[in-house]
Design a protein around this ligand. Structure first.
Ligand SMILES: Nc1ncnc2c1ncn2[C@@H]1O[C@H](COP(=O)(O)OP(=O)(O)OP(=O)(O)O)[C@@H](O)[C@H]1O
Length: 303
């Protein structure tokens, strides 16, 4: 049984398609990165999981329930750390946990929960005195109330310093080690790179890649990017014809070729020269995961 599953999940806002027949399967205990630029459809997906909005078509199953049919069952089995969480400055950390317990109907030990997020000594302090990192750990602790099967983290490290980011990563690892499924939504590649078992890359409501980080690297990091400075781009040049060229970008004085087969560099250069262009400079770079992400999420092949 999967922890989260979407089948042809689609959401239209009028003419705009926020999610387009989106299919995803996330196993129990996975730390799953949900990565996409602004406007990709991440919040729309999470809002459907929480039954804040309803899909136009398709369905989602979260913690064994369809949020549309059984929103309460879903809520009881998931924890959410929203990107826009807010705390009451005058209430203490313990009081926040108590509040979350009341809402959840849980009778867990408040101090144990505070310890779990590294706030054992700060439970009596009003959260107005908390640092941003402490506030986020408390919000994480509130999401853990009820011992959820699935934890949804929406942009969990935005605005906190590197130590705070490290703390959150450790908390995520600990929770996943205890069997909780983590759904980690972000637009920052480095965050998922450091921690996620698998990653889905979403762009304009469509899934563009799902793989492990090492799988993505294997597929894409072997690519080379050949950048040629030229005195003008020949109109009859079509490097796409070369088997092993994944993408070509032209500007007035530059040709950039993405090569799945690094051996093709000299063939590509020869073809450019044969088309009559004069090459004044050659730059060769190996593609990084960041470039892959940028390429997958900026659309088109640029040619
Ligand atoms: N209530 C709405 N009405 C109309 N369009 C909407 C609405 N909510 C979202 N959209 C559109 O749906 C698309 C997906 O938006 P969504 O908020 O899900 O993206 P996101 O990946 O969460 O972006 P961000 O990282 O900026 O939060 C965007 O084009 C957005 O403009």
């Amino acid at each position: 049984m999967t922890a989260i599953e979407t089948t042809n999940l689609t959401k239209q806002y009028g003419e705009r398609t926020a999610l387009d027949e989106f299919n995803l399967e996330i196993e129990h205990g996975e730390i799953f990165g949900f990565l996409g630029p602004n406007g990709a459809g991440k919040s729309t997906t999470i809002d459907i999981f929480l039954d804040f909005i309803r899909p136009t078509d398709g369905r989602a199953i979260v913690a064994d329930h369809n949020p549309q049919d059984s929103p309460l069952e879903v809520r009881q089995n998931i924890g959410v750390l929203p990107d826009d969480y807010s705390l009451y400055d005058s209430l203490t950390g313990s009081e926040h946990i108590e509040l979350a317990k009341d809402l959840n109907g849980s009778d867990e030990d408040t101090n144990a929960l505070l310890s779990r997020v590294g706030l054992a000594d700060a439970g009596d302090q009003p959260t107005g005195n908390y640092s941003k990192g402490m506030a986020q750990r408390l919000a994480f602790g509130m999401a853990l109330v009820g011992d959820p099967d699935v934890l949804i983290l929406d942009e969990p490290s935005t605005g906190i310093d590197p130590n705070g980011v490290q703390d959150i990563r450790e908390l995520i690892r600990e929770e996943a080690a205890s069997g909780t499924t983590i759904f980690f939504s972000t637009h920052i590649l480095e965050q998922v790179e450091a921690i996620c078992d698998r990653v889905a890359i979403i762009n304009e409501g469509e899934l563009v890649a799902v793989d492990t980080i090492s799988g993505l690297r294997e597929t894409f990091d072997t690519q080379s990017i050949l950048t040629l400075s030229v005195d003008g781009t020949p109109t009859d040049l079509d490097l796409h014809d070369l088997n092993g060229v994944s993408q070509v970008e032209h500007s007035e004085d530059t040709i950039r070729v993405y090569l799945r087969d690094p051996q093709l560099k000299s063939t590509a250069i020869t073809q450019v020269e044969a088309s009559g262009a004069s090459i004044s400079d050659i730059e060769i770079k190996e593609a990084s995961l960041t470039e892959l992400f940028n390429r997958l999420t900026t659309g088109g092949d640029g040619a």
